[in-house]
Design a protein around this ligand. Structure first.
Ligand code: BYC
Length: 333
C-alpha cells in the first residue's frame, strides 16, 4: 500500500529530473533514509507540511488533556487518580516536545498557540467527544492512545530529525498509557454486570471515532502522496487503520465485549478483518468545528491560557531580573 501511495503520488509529483538541483539532492537524501536537520536546505512545501502536521499534533496533545481532566476529581480510587494525573501531565510534556520540534522550522510558539485559539489550526477529531463515565478513561487510554501508538511508531523513522527523535519518548510513554487504559477496562469487565455494561457503552462510543483518528480514506487524503514521497508518512491512513482493527478485535474478545460493528468479520483471503462503513460525514463535521465538544474545548483552552498570563509574565520578569543582575555583576568584575 505504501508503494502504491508513492506510485499514485509520483504520477502527480515531479520526478528528480524535473526538480531544481537543490530539491533533487534533498529528495535523494530523503530516499536514502538520511535525516533532514533544521539547518539543512529543504523545500518550502516540506517545511510547511511539517509545521502543519507537528503543530496539529502538539495541539492534539494539549487539547487531549481536557477530556481526561474532566475525571481527575472523580477517579474511583486514589491510585487511579494519581495514575490519571501522571498521564495527563505526560500529554502536556508531549505537547512541549512537539512545539519545540515545530519551532526548529522557524515558526514561533506564540504563532502556533494563536492559530489554535483562533480555530485556524486543527487538532485531532477524537478530542471533541464527551467523557461521560469513568469507563471512558479506560477506552481513551486503550483505544485512543493505542491508535496514537500505531500512528506514531512509524513517525520515529520519519525524515525530519527533530520530529522523529521527539516521537521516541512520546511512544514509550503512550504505551504505558494504553496499558493503563486496558487495565481500567479489565477491572470493569471483571466487575459487576453494571460495570461491564459501562465498559461496553464506552467501547460503543469510542470505537468509530478512534478509527476516524487515522484520517480520511486513502482515496480522499489530499496530503498523503506528497507526505509519503517526503517520508513524513511511512504508511497510509487506511493501512494504519487496518492495523488498529486487527490488533484491537482480539483484545475486545478477551474482555468479553462486543465490537460495535455488525459488518466486522475475519477475511481468510486477506488475513485481515473487514469492517463496516465509517461515517465520514460525522468526521468532516467534527474537523470543521461542529463536533459535540469543539466549542467547549477551545473555550476551555483559551480561558486556561488567559488565566495563566500572570504566571508567564512572572517568569519573564524573573528572567529579565536575572539577566540584569548578571550584567551588573559582569560590569562590577
Ligand atoms: N483530526 O490528507 P490527510 C494523541 C485533516 S494525539 C483532525 O490525510 P495528513 C493523544 C488533516 O489535517 C493524536 N483533522 O492529512 C493525545 C487534513 O487537513 P489540513 C494526534 C484530521 O496530515 C492526548 C485533512 O484532514 N496525532 O494521540 O496527511 C491523549 C486531510 O487529511 C484528522 C497526530 O497528530 C483527524 N483525526 O494525515 C491521548 C499524528 N485526520 O491539515 C492521545 C501526526 C486528518 O490539510 N499526524 N485530518 O487542513 C498525522 O499522522 C497526520 O497528520 C494524520 C492526517 C494521519 C492525522
Amino acid at each position: 500500500m505504501y508503494a502504491q501511495l508513492v506510485d499514485t503520488g509520483s504520477k502527480k509529483l515531479r520526478s528528480l529530473d524535473e526538480m531544481s538541483p537543490e530539491e533533487s539532492a534533498f529528495q535523494q537524501k530523503v530516499d536514502e533514509g538520511i535525516k533532514i536537520e533544521p539547518k539543512d536546505w529543504m523545500p518550502e512545501g516540506y517545511r510547511k507540511t511539517l509545521i502543519r502536521q507537528i503543530s496539529q499534533h502538539a495541539h492534539s496533545e494539549i487539547v487531549g488533556q481536557l477530556p481526561e481532566g474532566n475525571w481527575v476529581t472523580r477517579a474511583p480510587t486514589l491510585k487511579r487518580k494519581s495514575i490519571l494525573l501522571a498521564k495527563i501531565q505526560d500529554e502536556a510534556g508531549h505537547g512541549l516536545y512537539l512545539y519545540s520540534a515545530a519551532e526548529t522550522l522557524g515558526v514561533s510558539r506564540d504563532q502556533m498557540v494563536a492559530d489554535l485559539h483562533s480555530g485556524k489550526a486543527k487538532y485531532s477529531s477524537i478530542f471533541n467527544y464527551p467523557t461521560l463515565t469513568w469507563a471512558d478513561m479506560g477506552a481513551i487510554g486503550w483505544l485512543v492512545d493505542g491508535s496514537a501508538i500505531i500512528n506514531q511508531i512509524p513517525l520515529c523513522r520519519c525524515s525530519y530529525g527533530p520530529y522523529a527523535r521527539a516521537m521516541i519518548r512520546v511512544c514509550k510513554e503512550e504505551s504505558f498509557h494504553a496499558r493503563q487504559g486496558y487495565d481500567i477496562m479489565m477491572s470493569l469487565c471483571k466487575g459487576t454486570p453494571e460495570q461491564k455494561q459501562m465498559a461496553q457503552d464506552a467501547l460503543n462510543r469510542w470505537w468509530w471515532p478512534s478509527l476516524m483518528m487515522f484520517g480520511p480514506s486513502d482515496a480522499e487524503s489530499v496530503n498523503s502522496a506528497q507526505s509519503a514521497a517526503w517520508r513524513i508518512k511511512l504508511f497510509s491512513n487506511d493501512e494504519l487503520r487496518q492495523k488498529m482493527v486487527d490488533q484491537t478485535v482480539p483484545q475486545i474478545e478477551y474482555l468479553g465485549l462486543t465490537v460495535p460493528d455488525p459488518d466486522l468479520k475475519w477475511n481468510e483471503e486477506t488475513g485481515h478483518y473487514d469492517y463496516g462503513k465509517i461515517d465520514w460525514e460525522e468526521f468532516t463535521n467534527v474537523i470543521k468545528g461542529n463536533g459535540p465538544c469543539n466549542r467547549e474545548r477551545l473555550r476551555t483552552r483559551v480561558k486556561a491560557y488567559e488565566d495563566g498570563a500572570w504566571f508567564r509574565d512572572a517568569l519573564v520578569a524573573h528572567a529579565e531580573k536575572q539577566e540584569r543582575r548578571k550584567a551588573e555583576a559582569q560590569r562590577a568584575a
